[in-house]
Design a protein. Structure first.
Ligand code: ADP
Ligand code: MG
Ligand code: MG
Length: 258
């Protein structure tokens, strides 16, 4: 079992105009373990993507207070690739395009980066697993022979991100707005992929503005973020309530000014 814990996390970014640091996350607390799917919902501009970028270690996001612990160990000093090797996955963390590297070559390298040097995956095993996951995601084999992300449509990129997820098998996946811009068929495919990962060795933090995705990937816990803090926790019914009443309703209920 792996545990991801976010403790009193404060994060600042540099304002593009004034060049001053502005605080976006103002004390986020969250604890999750493998076997669980958590959702974070919240209005636009509230800091959801800031949280996911900070977990993955994007250098523009400065942790000014608090900590992020993976199995009790702080990850704050680790670069992005080390966090990935430790089992964290962020959809869209991988480069938009890599010249001259096919999708399959990239996947195999990313899988091997998570395995010990003396236990690299064989080509045969790799191809067998790839075929199986491609079938699950209704993807054509030719997708994997193309150069990574080169000329991929929006929907193909999303599917490919889920293919990466299924092949790399992280302990925790942070999926930030994976539903944006997907038609209903693509949404179902993406959800099927994530649901196939469910189990004791996998946890996911699903970030979404809308409830719709959570009809397909039913979370164990729902957190609502507003104004850089988690203001409410609940079960899947909380997402439905938000969809019906909007964020304004919750803001009033909690007496928030943000
Ligand atoms: P959400 O994902 O909830 O919509 P974000 O985390 O993207 O919210 O943004 C929260 C706030 O932080 C916004 O006001 C946004 O403009 C600001 N912000 C996020 N990332 C950056 C950045 N790299 N540089 C400057 N401001 C940023
Ligand atoms: Mg605080
Ligand atoms: Mg966002």
């Amino acid at each position: 079992m792996a545990i991801l814990q976010i403790k009193d996390l404060h994060v600042a970014v540099e304002d593009e105009e004034t060049h001053q640091q502005k605080e976006i996350l103002k004390g986020v607390n969250l604890k999750m373990q493998t076997g669980e799917i958590h959702a974070i919902m919240g209005p636009n501009g509230t800091g959801k993507s800031t949280l996911s970028q900070t977990i993955m270690g994007q250098p523009n996001y400065h942790v000014t207070q608090g900590d992020i612990l993976l199995n009790g160990e702080s990850i704050l000093e680790m670069p992005v690739d080390e966090r990935a090797r430790k089992g964290l996955f962020l959809a869209m963390q991988y480069p938009a395009e890599i010249q001259g590297v096919t999708n399959a070559e990239f996947l195999r390298a990313a899988m091997n980066a998570r395995r010990p040097k003396d236990d690299q995956i064989s080509i045969m095993d790799f191809l067998q697993e790839l075929d199986q996951k491609l079938a699950l995601l209704d993807m054509k084999e030719s997708m994997t022979e193309r150069y990574l992300n080169e000329g991929f449509s929006g929907g193909e990129k999303k599917r490919n991100e889920i293919l990466q997820l299924l092949m790399i098998k992280p302990s925790f996946a942070i999926l930030d707005e994976i539903d944006s811009g997907l038609d209903i068929d693509a949404l179902k495919v993406v959800s099927r992929g994530v649901n196939s990962m469910r189990g004791a060795n996998f946890g996911s933090l699903i970030i979404t503005h809308y409830q719709r995705l959570l009809n397909y990937i039913v979370p164990d816990t729902v957190h609502v973020m507003m104004g850089g803090r988690i203001v409410k926790d609940g079960g899947p019914e909380l997402a439905k309530k938000l969809e019906a009443e909007g964020y304004a309703g919750l803001r009033d209920e909690l007496g928030l000014k943000v």
